[in-house]
Design a protein. Structure first.
Length: 249
């Protein structure tokens, strides 16, 4: 048996990302871009997977309203699920689809699951290192995971290519497919987390944090919500009216 090094959450994927991931010694990337439906994510993940690197499709779902949204990372989804549903509705969907449910950047700004949310729901792992975090955010995340006895994970949360592979989760088992990763997450498989060190790493963390300006801009909210036509808007025709009764927009 060999270990498997996983970057469990990246937003970017192209040839340069794949090359960088391989240079960083990664075996698995979890690709979960914002506001993109699952079939599109899955098709792109398959395109960039090869014998050296497995790319797993996932969704970071924005639950709640834009002002009070809570991000939840779901790995192993089988059906499309939109953003901006009540948290309890999204969690029920994840459970129905037997997905692994992860808490990225817990209690970070106004975009995250809280300690009480994580305690209440069946969350399979808590992110305890994220390049967008300040040191105090990582300390708080570690405390939440420890207090609630939830497994930890670390990811690059890369919105920028150069951040890919800056943080990782190393599982003590072979993982060669989406299903094997879901099983490892849901079973709480033994793992360790790591990240690069030094000034270059800190510079890349700073650049990722600066990217939050666009992430939280009114311009992005206007494009995503007010048009009503974003791919993961809950009233988009792709969802065939299934979520109209619970959509928050």
């Amino acid at each position: 048996m060999t270990d498997t090094r996983v970057d469990p959450h990246v937003k970017v994927l192209d040839e340069r990302v794949v090359e960088r991931a391989k240079r960083r010694g990664l075996d698995v990337l979890v690709y979960a871009p914002h506001f993109t439906r699952l079939p599109t994510i899955r098709e792109r993940a398959e395109r960039f997977s090869d014998s050296e690197l497995t790319v797993v499709p996932a969704r970071e779902v924005f639950t709640g309203t834009w002002k009070n949204r809570k991000h939840v990372l779901a790995v192993g989804l089988t059906e499309k699920i939109p953003d901006f549903l009540p948290l309890e509705v999204a969690m029920a969907e994840f459970d129905e689809q037997d997905a692994a449910v992860l808490a990225p950047h817990p209690e970070f700004l106004t975009v995250s699951l809280t300690r009480d949310d994580i305690a209440h729901y069946d969350v399979d792992a808590v992110e305890t290192y994220n390049p967008k975090h300040l040191p105090r955010d990582n300390r708080r995340a570690r405390a939440i995971a420890a207090e609630l006895d939830r497994p930890a994970f670390a990811s690059s949360y890369a919105h920028l290519r150069r951040t890919v592979g800056e943080a990782w989760t190393r599982f003590e088992r072979d993982i060669d497919s989406e299903r094997e990763l879901v099983d490892a997450l849901r079973e709480g498989a033994p793992r360790s987390i790591g990240h690069r060190e030094g000034l270059r790493h800190r510079a890349r963390c700073t650049m990722e944090f600066a990217h939050l300006g666009w992430e939280n801009s009114y311009g992005k909210m206007d494009r995503v919500l007010l048009s009503g036509m974003a791919p993961t808007h809950p009233r988009h025709i792709a969802y065939e009216g299934r979520f109209d009764d619970v959509a928050l927009y």
